[in-house]
Design a protein around this ligand. Structure first.
Ligand SMILES: *[C@@H]1O[C@H](CO)[C@@H](O)[C@H](O)[C@H]1NC(C)=O
Ligand SMILES: *[C@@H]1O[C@H](CO)[C@@H](O)[C@H](O)[C@H]1NC(C)=O
Length: 744
């Protein structure tokens, strides 16, 4: 049985009947925050104590085993008797700014087999300001997290609910005096919302036909009403947890929680003024454009969106006199929960007080987000915000106009920098192409210890295409001795032969090594005129390497896109459809083996002599085309613009999802790769569109018909590749027949 490349997010197998949005918001915000990668500086890692200088806090980095340390952070647990709960010791990470943290990872001290200490259990404390600390607990109130079982495996723990914090402490829990050592990583993304706390009246309990519906803010981390005795606390909770309530508030996104869990709600009986007052505090003075409030509108159960909201703004010491009021028409038709967008009129404030007026017996809210300046201040859309918000200033005293100018300058600088980078890349590529033509540069010999195969590296391609893994273009002199006899069919007779040699870095970790071997295993089984051929491998000594055919015209994306002189002179329609047919033919072969490619796109098709097309993938192009992939779950990246809805939402990859990707690839070919699919949509919007495919209410957006595409090819072929029901999509055999019929 063939082994399949797996990079789909396992956690996405969640039940989609529950809100799909919850799944992806929490899913996308899972970047490693830099313990392993080094973005977190040594001085930002501290600890209550250390056993020795070589087990100091700075060695507590996950998957980090070398350097001058002993392989982990180990506290000095033996010097004093343990406290009863064993919570004296902690490893603290300062992230320098607020972060939305969704996942943590821990590991013990391995030190190449010398270490055997690890933390079986631990707790997490966090702080936004470094002064007041809160203990994390899960949705059921449990604080202790099950940690490691051995000294080397990484144990990942989803933080449900996620944490918004700048400082995080890992606190090993030990019940007897044993040595404990830890290496950790935090995963999440920067919290650019600017909202540092909110204060709302306690949510209430509704009784709906005998059923108790608890509408309290159960993950709120500010002081709660009971303990402080005050009406309000200051903290963050369900309104910022990235979980939006379902249409039917009796059900929850989160498995096993009580009715009403996702919402905070109030009854008009307890608010005689007719409104609920809420206060939102921000990190500094901001210029607010809108507020988005996710509300229930289940009027059949006495719940409606607010009738109007009045917001007061505070930038100095008091709230200003002229509030902004937004009124909303009743919706007596649609009971769906929704985001209501409240315009805030570009008002300046560091705190906003909003009064939400009842429109029925109950008012239920599940999420609130603010948009200020040019930034949509929601972690979901933070990619656009990053550069702007860092320019928009931390200085609470600056004037608004001043900050706008700075934003503008920041944007201009960013644009200029991007343009310069593009120019450099284009020039660089041209230089490289010229060099390849002349073949008159230094030859470097690749060391392949045990082999008689003589490989002469043409160019140290690594220098020019620094994005790659190590990929070399080589001239192989006696290749024929190495390949199976039946391979001579592929025209491998002339000697010397140009080949591509991919080697694995000698310092690569175990995962990269396994991926590399897996790729070799997969490729070695594939033999088809339209699949790139693996010629030889070197697996028993380092460096691991694989030698594949070299396709002289590069990848199809570069080949077709406008600057290419060959296409400028007009790649005929006939050539175009020949290319498409060849891809179909290669895919037909893969599907006959039940092999799912998962990443079909023009960038993964290579072009040889006479418009020969061969399908590749195998990880080589991923970095060069970084913009085509979407980072998810820490390190994995996904080509979402080519993926079927079920692959994105359910993590399901089948031949039918390859057919979907073929539809997109065909679209690319027919548009001559002038633009990225859905180029006017952001990655987040692409995923939202995926949700529309899932819901199938006619709101999904399809790629448009390319200008030179015959009507029949678009409506009969492309659109059929994007059918919601995977079973109704055509097979590659059917696609090939159709293409051959429609070709000129
Ligand atoms: C919210 O209500 C649930 C159900 O009664 C209860 O278990 C939980 O402790 C409450 N949380 C808060 C913060 O009051
Ligand atoms: C609460 O809302 C209901 C329905 O709109 C209304 O009949 C009732 O008078 C309201 N109660 C109060 C105290 O405002």
């Amino acid at each position: 049985m063939l082994q399949r490349v797996r990079f789909g997010p396992q956690a996405m197998n969640n039940n989609v009947n529950h809100n799909v949005f919850h799944v992806f918001i929490i899913e996308i915000c899972r970047y490693p925050l830099g313990m392993t990668g080094g973005q977190i500086q040594d001085e930002d890692i501290s600890a209550s104590s250390q056993w020795s200088e070589s087990t100091a806090a700075r060695f507590g980095r996950l998957d980090f085993d070398n350097g001058d340390g002993d392989g982990a952070w180990c506290p000095n647990t033996m010097s004093e008797p343990q406290l009863s709960d064993g919570l004296k010791e902690y490893l603290q990470v300062d992230l320098r700014s607020l972060h939305f943290i969704t996942l943590v990872g821990t590991q013990g001290r391995h030190a190449d087999g010398m270490g055997k200490e690890f933390a079986q259990r631990y707790r997490i404390n966090y702080s936004r300001d470094g002064n007041s600390w809160m203990g994390w607990h899960d949705r059921k109130g449990r604080q202790v997290i099950e940690g490691n079982r051995n000294a080397y495996d990484v144990v990942l723990k989803d933080l449900e609910p996620p944490i918004i914090a700048r400082f995080v402490r890992f606190m090993p829990v030990t019940d007897h005096s044993m040595f404990v050592c830890m290496r950790v990583e935090l995963y999440g993304c920067e919290w650019l919302d600017g909202l540092i706390s909110y204060s709302i009246p306690d949510g209430q309990q509704m009784v709906y036909s005998g059923l108790s519906v608890f509408l309290n803010d159960s993950v709120y981390d500010g002081a709660s009403a009971e303990s402080s005795g005050a009406k309000y606390g200051w903290g963050l909770g369900q309104l910022t947890d990235g979980t939006w309530g379902l249409d039917d508030f009796l059900h929850s996104n989160i498995y096993g929680m009580w009715p009403g869990y996702d919402y905070v709600g109030w009854s008009n009986e307890s608010f005689h003024r007719g409104y609920v007052e809420t206060i939102f505090q921000f990190d500094h003075v901001r210029n607010f454009t809108t507020m988005k409030v996710h509300c229930s509108n289940m009027f059949s159960r006495g719940v409606r969106m607010f009738r109007k909201v009045t917001c007061f703004f505070q930038s100095g010491s008091d709230y200003e006199g002229d509030p902004v009021t937004f009124r909303q028409a009743d919706d007596d038709v649609n009971q769906a929960a929704r985001f209501v967008t409240v315009p805030l009129g570009d008002r300046t404030a560091s705190a906003i007080k909003c009064r939400f007026h009842f429109n029925d017996l109950w008012m239920l809210i599940s999420e609130v987000a603010f948009q200020s300046g040019n930034c949509i201040t929601n972690y979901k859309i933070l990619i656009h915000c990053n550069s702007i918000s860092s320019v928009s200033g931390d200085d609470p005293t600056h004037k608004v106009d001043d900050s706008n100018t700075r934003i503008l300058i920041g944007c201009l600088v960013a644009i200029i920098a991007i343009l310069l980078t593009i120019i450099v890349i284009i020039l660089w590529r041209q230089v490289w192409q010229k060099m390849l033509e002349k073949v008159s540069f230094t030859l470097v010999l690749l060391r392949l210890h045990h082999s008689d195969l003589k490989l002469t590296v043409f160019a140290d391609v690594r220098l020019l295409l620094w994005f790659y893994a190590l990929v070399h273009l080589c001239e192989a002199e006696n290749m024929l001795d190495f390949v199976d006899e039946d391979l001579s069919l592929a025209g491998i007779d002339e000697s010397p032969l140009l080949v591509a040699v991919k080697t694995l870095r000698e310092d690569a970790n175990k995962n990269a090594r396994n991926d590399f071997l897996k790729e070799i295993r997969i490729m070695s089984r594939l033999r088809d005129p339209n699949i790139v051929l693996l010629l030889a491998v070197c697996v028993d000594t380092d460096p691991l390497c694989m030698i594949t055919e070299y396709m002289e015209n590069g990848d199809l994306n570069q080949f077709l896109s406008p600057p290419n002189p060959q296409t400028k002179s007009g790649t005929e329609q006939r050539q175009i459809s020949r290319m498409a047919v060849q891809i179909t033919s290669g895919m037909k072969y893969l599907s006959s083996l039940n092999f799912v490619h998962r990443d079909l796109a023009t960038r993964n098709c290579l072009v040889g002599k006479n418009y020969t097309i061969k399908i590749a993938d195998f990880g080589m192009s991923r970095n060069l085309y970084r913009g085509d992939y979407y980072r998810i779950q820490g390190r994995a990246v996904l080509p979402i613009r080519w993926m079927s809805w079920e692959s994105i939402l359910l993590g399901k990859f089948t031949t039918a999802s390859d057919v979907w990707a073929f539809g997109v690839t065909l679209w690319e070919i027919l548009t001559l790769c002038k633009e990225q699919p859905y180029c006017h949509l952001s990655d987040e919007q692409v995923i939202e569109n995926t949700g529309e495919f899932f819901r199938d209410q006619g709101k999904q957006v399809y790629l448009p018909k390319p200008p030179r595409c015959p009507d029949a090819v678009y409506s009969d072929l492309m659109l059929s590749c994007w059918r919601r029901n995977a079973k109704q999509r055509p097979s590659f055999q059917e696609i090939q027949t159709q293409l051959l019929e429609s070709s000129p």
